[in-house]
Design a protein around this ligand. Sequence first.
Ligand SMILES: [Zn+2]
Length: 223
Amino acid sequence: MGMRPAFLRVLICVIWIVIIGLVWLALTQRPLPQQPLQTQITPIELPTPGPAATPVAAAAAPESAPTPATDSTANFVGQVELIIPVAGVRPDQLIDTYDDARSEGRLHDAIDIMAPAGTPVLAATPGKILRLFHSDKGGITIYQLSADEKTVYYYAHLQGYAPGLSEGNVVRRGDVIAYVGDTGNAGVGNYHLHFSITAVSDPKRYWEGTNINPYPLLRSTVR
Ligand SMILES: [Zn+2]
């Protein structure tokens, strides 16, 4: 008879351990099935606002555009619609030469668009022809100010200007403004358009500003 209570006590202990174990399991297991549910929900939610949110962000961005240099490219996409400024060149033919090294430790800060001599150069965006300028490096060049006066477009190594083009002209996107050449330091026979985009704070000081890589902007153009 002395063995019985001892056995019962052990049994009760075991039952308690099992009950506590089950309760502990139930408590710890409960959040687990919820977590996979939550992680399932998030990827589903994310893609939907993603593309929808981009135009909203781009639309809201222009106000803050001048301040951060790194954001300017992102703001730009929503702000300006560009075309590739050389007739007949497709987006997939472009090569990103923006970070290429140039003389005197400078970076290229522009894109070179290869094309045969005399290929029409088109206004990438609507705006005013600020300056027709000849320089040693750029050869025959054009500075164009965007319609919002926030950006300067620079076209260099031109063979010549379109007939009648003069400073102060307001051109439309796609207007022929010049022809591809090899003037300046392009290298004889190395016909291409050197094209750069600069965000300017003062349009009167059109040569100063923050350069923006034209490549991603022109790559995303649809023609
Ligand atoms: Zn160049």
